[in-house]
Design a protein around this ligand. Structure first.
Ligand code: PEP
Ligand code: MN
Length: 331
């Protein structure tokens, strides 16, 4: 891994920031901590605000690590850069809004200070084109100012990796280093080690992981933060990098695993609806099997199959199996 980024989801107290940073010295190149947090609900911790900039400056001075924080407005860009923050990142919620990203990019381009780098997270929705478009906005900002590094951070959507989106981004932006954020990708601390291993074999260039001195007491994202010790253990256990020739196949296998997972989810959803239909039919004394309705369903599904370039015979057989299972579930 070329880039190791670690630190708490949010800077909470001076003590929490300094203790986490001290424990990470030697195990991260860049210390991350959000100080202005774009949270889903206004009732949750919104970040410590400007005061956190001083704590990040102290981390830099005492540990020698570079420091990074999230920015969502031009004002935050100017404040962070004036405070000597080395790296800025654009979060997933901001990344869903290209106008906001453009404002942030313009602020970076016109700021008196230049960051060492800017990271662009994937948007909260699964949209590789929007992610790539945001990166292009930053690339343009870069040409009109001093150069800074631009990395893409893959954090997934709704706690799913969305491998296809990241695979596509690698094709759209082949020269942009791809960094994985396993914390937001899974939302669960016990999934982080296996995602870090996957990042290594797939050829990611870095990891950005949420590490907190006491995850159970974190003010945000408590369930996905890990201790500094757990982070060190993960780093020691990272596997070797797969050969470049094999990596493409590994990416495609990640995609197919995820497609199958969605198929299974869809199947489980279908059976749940069938259970509700069964209950309804029982109450109304209706027969479980209604041949006209099945004929209608089959014809529509075969039509969809044709439109999607799928083999009608295969789809017919699959539909037959699904229908039999639906009858069993309704009975
Ligand atoms: C974060 O990194 O703390 C964060 C808020 O991430 P995201 O934008 O990916 O949700
Ligand atoms: Mn977080």
């Amino acid at each position: 891994m070329n880039y190791l980024i670690a630190g708490p989801c949010a800077a909470e107290t001076h003590e929490q920031v300094m203790q986490t940073a001290a424990a990470l010295k030697g195990y991260a190149d860049i210390f991350r901590a959000g100080i202005w947090k774009p949270r889903t609900s206004p009732d949750t911790f919104q970040g410590i605000g400007d005061e956190g900039l001083k704590w990040l400056q102290e981390v830099k001075a005492t540990t020698g690590m570079d420091v990074a924080t999230e920015v969502s407005t031009p004002e935050q860009v100017h404040q962070a850069l004036a405070a000597g923050i080395d790296y800025l990142w654009i979060g997933a919620r901001s990344s869903a809004n290209p106008i906001l990203v453009q404002h942030v990019a313009d602020a970076i381009a016109t700021s008196a200070q230049t960051p060492k780098g800017v990271w662009v997270k994937n948007p909260v929705n699964e949209d590789a084109e929007l992610w790539a478009g945001n990166i292009h906005r930053l690339l343009e900002a870069q040409t009109s100012s001093h150069p800074f590094a631009i990395w893409a951070i893959h954090r997934g959507c709704n706690h799913h990796p969305c491998w296809r989106m990241a695979h596509r981004l690698r094709m759209l932006c082949p020269n942009i280093p791809l960094v994985m954020d396993p914390s937001h990708m899974s939302g669960k601390s016990d999934h982080i080690a296996s995602l870090c291993c996957a990042a290594q074999t797939l050829g990611y260039e870095g990891l950005m992981t949420e590490v907190h001195i006491c995850p159970a007491e974190a003010w945000s994202d408590a369930q996905q933060q890990i201790t500094p010790q757990a982070w060190c253990d993960i780093l020691h256990q990272l596997p070797g990098l797969a050969q470049p020739d094999d990596r493409e196949l590994l990416w495609l296998r990640k995609e197919i695993d995820e497609v199958d997972e969605r198929l299974w989810d869809a199947l489980a959803d279908r059976m749940e609806v069938c259970r509700q239909i069964g209950q309804h039919k029982r109450e109304k004394h209706l027969p479980v099997v209604q041949p006209d309705r099945y004929q209608f369903i089959l014809e529509r599904r075969l039509e969809w199959a044709k439109q999607q370039g799928l083999d009608p015979q295969t789809v017919g057989e699959i539909m037959h199996l699904i229908h039999n299972e639906s009858i069993r579930v309704q009975s």
